[in-house]
Write a protein that binds this ligand. Structure first.
Ligand SMILES: NC(=O)C1=CN([C@@H]2O[C@H](COP(=O)(O)OP(=O)(O)OC[C@H]3O[C@@H](n4cnc5c(N)ncnc54)[C@H](OP(=O)(O)O)[C@@H]3O)[C@@H](O)[C@H]2O)C=CC1
Ligand SMILES: N[C@@H](CC(=O)OP(=O)(O)O)C(=O)O
Length: 374
């Protein structure tokens, strides 16, 4: 990005849990300027501060407080090159498609397009190379697009644990099996989320659709892209190894931060030791960092030596929640290695990932801001 130039962006679902995090992060972003915000017709045409139930620990950004919330129609965002979507999945599908057709780049948190073979599912600390599928997505649209596209980020629990998995595959080769058990924060369910009578003094051992998402999303993210027949690019879910994943997902009475207990088996025999694993995790430098994305964490994976870390209350806001925490790296008597992981579900699990994805798209030249934007 040229110094002094700015890209105009919009936020869809700006009143929600993820939308609020977007606004907080974007209000001080060095490249992106918030030009328009949208939500449902319940909130539209009113000042933001009057309709939002603000739940962030910092005040509503001054530049956003009095903005008028718009209906999520592309015409209301026509000055934007990018929209970030924190839309409810019930409505995200059609709205995001309309924005793409209107030649606006969409970075979505919703699940709707994650399985689409022409839409990259990107965890920015892991697989930014999958942005290469965008020209194909544009060319298959009727009519073909020159600027519009959709990029999704992953489920928040998937996002957390694929970061150490990718780091370990890079150092030691394929992982062939993974067992993961999550303890997921209440904010993952949006606002107001679960009734207090359901979650205080309790653990709920079921989150609809979550285990299936963790199991298949991991394969799309860690897989590669190949040139298939006819020159089209396709995702190869098993490009590295036929990884098998079993996930068990639980809701716990924590406000922010998903904790995950992960056990893995490497293809390589003998497997690396716990100390070798710790060193590989510390050494991991994602491309997003090397390429200079302003929102990428300085430390992608923070490895804790204390026996009782990471903990959500102590670790979730380190680096603004943009990295992943790993602790208790030790031998597993059934698979090879086990560890505990913590990821801030609203930051790297949602808004921060979308923003880094957009930064990567700018750096890689996938987004060319309109003249009026700069
Ligand atoms: N919370 C998390 O940790 C994570 C969430 N996600 C995903 O991100 C998305 C947002 O989640 P979250 O912020 O938690 O959800 P919330 O329920 O907190 O917010 C939903 C947003 O969607 C808007 N909305 C609802 N209906 C419509 C409509 N008909 N037209 C336009 N806008 C509408 C709401 O506006 P209004 O206020 O006007 O109703 C609100 O801004 C979801 O798809 C979720 O699955 C992904 C990863 C993590
Ligand atoms: N289901 C996740 C949050 C979420 O919305 O996920 P997804 O975007 O995959 O539907 C949680 O409850 O913590």
């Amino acid at each position: 990005m040229q110094e002094g130039s700015q890209i105009k962006v919009g936020v869809l679902g700006a009143t929600g849990t993820v939308g609020q995090r977007f606004l907080t992060l974007l209000s001080s972003h060095p490249w992106f300027t918030i030009d328009a915000i949208g939500a449902s017709s319940r909130s539209a045409n009113q000042k933001y501060y009057k309709v939002v139930k603000w739940k962030q620990t910092t005040p509503i950004p001054a530049g956003v407080r009095d903005m008028i919330v718009k209906e999520c129609l592309p015409a209301n965002f026509s000055d934007c090159d990018i929209v970030f979507s924190g839309l409810d999945a019930d409505v995200a599908g059609d709205i995001e498609a309309d924005f793409r057709s209107a030649e606006i780049a969409v970075f979505s948190n919703a699940k709707n397009y994650r399985r689409d073979p022409h839409v990259p599912l990107i965890v920015p600390l892991v697989n930014p190379s999958h942005l290469a599928i965008i020209p194909q997505q544009r060319s298959l649209h009727t009519p073909p697009l020159s600027k519009g596209f959709i990029v999704t980020n992953a489920n928040c629990s998937t996002t957390g644990y694929v970061v150490p998995l990718a780091a370990l595959e890079k150092a030691f080769g394929p992982i062939e099996a993974c067992m993961v058990t999550t303890m997921q924060a209440i904010s993952g369910a949006g606002y107001p989320g679960l009734p207090s009578m359901d979650i205080i003094d309790n653990v709920v051992p079921y989150i609809s659709g979550e285990e299936e998402k963790m199991e298949w999303e991991t394969l799309k993210i860690l897989g590669g892209i190949t040139d298939s027949d006819g020159g089209l690019k396709a995702f190869d879910m098993h490009a590295r190894h036929p990884l098998r994943v079993s996930a068990s997902c639980n809701r716990v009475p924590v406000i922010d931060g998903h904790t995950e207990c992960v056990s893995i088996r490497f293809a390589k025999r003998p497997p690396p030791s716990p100390q070798q694993v710790r060193e590989a995790l510390v050494a991991f430098t994602p491309d997003a960092q090397a390429l200079g994305c302003p929102s990428a964490p300085r430390h992608a994976i923070v490895v804790h030596e204390e026996p009782d870390r990471p903990q959500p209350r102590l670790d979730r806001y380190y680096q603004d929640g943009s990295g992943v925490h790993v602790g208790r790296v030790r031998q597993c008597q059934v698979l090879d290695i086990k560890f505990v992981l913590l990821a801030n579900n609203v930051s790297i699990g949602a808004a921060t990932s979308s923003i880094i994805n957009a930064e990567l798209a700018v750096i890689k030249g996938v987004i060319n801001p309109t003249a009026g934007s700069t």
